[in-house]
Design a protein around this ligand. Structure first.
Ligand SMILES: [Mg+2]
Length: 392
C-alpha cells in the first residue's frame, strides 16, 4: 500500500479556518482524515503540509511511527515549531484513521481501549460563540451567571469561562475583584455540583497570575488554566504549589521535551496537550505516558473543528489519565453539515459513548466544506489602557 497524495481542505468557520488533511492511498476508497487547524497561520500550515508531503508520498501509510520520525527529523529542522508540528499532527491523525480503516476498528481499540465507558464533555460559555466566550466583559458578572445557567440548561455539568481580564504586569485590586465577582456569580448561579473552569489565556504576569489564583481558590474551580505564559514553567509551578485549585496548561506546547520540562517542575495538574499541535496521536501517547508517571491528568485542548474532536475522543477512550473533553457546538450553525460522526452524544448529560466505526469514525462532506472557502480570520487584538500590546 502506498500514499499517493496529501491534500488540505480549508473551511472558514468565523474565528478559525479549519484545516482538514486528507491522506489518499492507492487502495480504492481508502483515505484518512486529519486536522491541522492553527488560527491566523492557515496559509503557513497549508504550505507546511505541502512541504511534508514530499517526504511521505510513495510510502506505506501504516508505518506510522516510521513516517512520524521522517516528518519530525528529516529536512534537518525538527518539528518543534508550531507550524510544522501542526502540519505533522494533521498528517499523523490521518494515518491513524487509515490504520483503523485497514483493521476495521476504531483508533481507541488500536491503542488498547476502551478504558472507560463514557467521556464527559465541557462547553465554553456560549457554546463556542466567539463573542459570548471571548468578549463578555468582566464588569458584567450577571452575564457570566446567565451564560453559566444556559450551559447547565444545555446539559453540561462543566463549563469554561474567561473571567480573568487582560492585565498589565502589575495592577491594583480592580481586575482581581472583577474576576472574583464573575466566578462568585457563576457559582451562585449553578450551585456547588457543577464544575467551573477559568481560562486566563496566559494574560497575567506570574505575579498577577498568583493573585488571581489565590483570589479564586475558595470557589473550588475544576481547573485554572494558563495563569501565566507557558514559557514561564517555574512560575506555573509556583502558582500550582500555592493553591489547591489544579492548574492546567499545555495547549501551546508542541513536543515531548517541553512536556517533560513542564511535568518535572510540576507546572500543572492537568495537561492540555492539543492533538492537532503536539504531534498527533503518536506523540500524544508518549506525552500521556509521561503524564501518567507524574499522575498528571489529561484534558486535551479542543476548540477547533470536528476531526480534532473525534481524535480527542478516540484518545480519551484509550487513556486512563483522560478526565474530560473540551467541546464547542455553537461556533458556526452549519458545523454538523460538514461532518458525519461515529460517536453518540447523550444531550441530556453531554456524555459520549464510543462508536465502532473504524479509525476516527468520521466522514467529511467535501461539498459542504467547499461552501466555506478561506477567509482571513477575524482579528483578535488586545491593548492595555496605555496603548501597549497585551495577550489575547
Ligand atoms: Mg486555553
Amino acid at each position: 500500500m502506498k500514499i499517493t497524495a496529501v491534500e488540505t481542505l480549508v473551511c472558514h468557520a468565523r474565528m478559525r479556518n479549519w484545516i482538514f488533511v486528507k491522506v489518499v492511498t492507492d487502495q480504492p476508497g481508502l483515505i484518512g482524515w486529519g486536522e491541522a487547524t492553527l488560527e491566523w497561520h492557515t496559509r503557513a500550515v497549508v504550505g507546511a503540509v505541502e512541504d511534508l508531503a514530499e517526504l511521505i508520498v510513495g510510502q506505506d501509510p501504516i508505518r506510522i511511527e516510521f513516517l512520524w520520525q521522517m516528518m519530525w527529523r528529516q529536512h534537518f529542522w525538527h518539528g518543534t515549531g508550531v507550524t510544522r508540528s501542526t502540519a505533522i499532527s494533521g498528517i499523523d491523525l490521518a494515518l491513524w484513521d487509515i490504520l483503523g480503516k485497514v483493521h476495521g476498528v476504531p483508533c481507541h481499540r488500536l491503542m488498547g481501549g476502551p478504558v472507560r465507558d463514557q467521556i464527559r464533555l465541557y462547553s465554553h460559555l456560549g457554546g463556542g460563540n466567539m463573542e459570548q466566550f471571548y468578549e463578555t466583559n468582566v464588569d458584567n458578572a450577571q452575564q457570566f451567571a446567565e451564560l453559566a445557567q444556559k450551559s447547565v440548561a444545555d446539559g453540561f455539568t462543566a463549563f469554561k469561562s474567561m473571567a480573568v481580564p487582560p492585565t498589565m504586569p502589575v495592577e491594583g485590586k480592580k481586575a482581581v475583584a472583577a474576576a472574583e465577582s464573575c466566578v462568585a456569580a457563576m457559582r451562585e448561579a449553578v450551585g456547588p455540583d457543577i464544575d467551573i473552569m477559568v481560562d486566563c489565556h496566559a494574560r497575567p504576569s506570574p505575579a498577577m497570575g498568583m493573585q488571581f489564583a489565590k483570589a479564586l481558590d475558595p470557589y473550588g474551580l475544576y481547573f485554572f488554566e494558563e495563569p501565566c505564559w507557558p514559557e514561564n514553567i517555574q512560575s506555573l509551578a509556583d502558582i500550582n504549589a500555592a493553591v489547591t485549585t489544579p492548574i492546567a496548561t499545555g495547549e501551546r506546547m508542541t513536543h515531548l521535551a517541553q512536556f517533560r520540562d513542564l511535568f518535572a517542575a510540576r507546572g500543572c495538574e492537568i495537561c492540555q496537550l492539543d492533538l492537532t499541535h503536539c504531534g498527533g496521536l503518536s506523540e500524544a501517547r508518549r506525552i500521556a505516558a509521561l503524564a501518567d508517571a507524574h499522575r498528571i491528568a489529561l484534558a486535551p485542548h479542543n476548540p477547533q473543528g470536528p476531526v480534532s474532536t473525534a481524535a480527542s475522543l478516540e484518545f480519551g477512550f484509550s487513556q486512563p489519565g483522560y478526565i474530560i473533553c473540551e467541546s464547542v457546538h455553537n461556533d458556526v450553525p452549519w458545523r454538523q453539515d460538514i461532518v458525519d460522526e461515529g460517536f453518540e452524544i447523550d444531550l441530556a448529560t453531554r456524555t459520549v459513548t464510543p462508536g465502532d466505526r473504524p479509525g476516527l469514525g468520521i466522514e467529511i462532506n467535501e461539498e459542504e466544506v467547499n461552501k466555506h472557502p478561506f477567509e482571513q480570520e477575524l482579528p483578535q487584538r488586545v491593548f492595555y489602557r496605555d496603548g501597549a500590546v497585551g495577550d489575547w
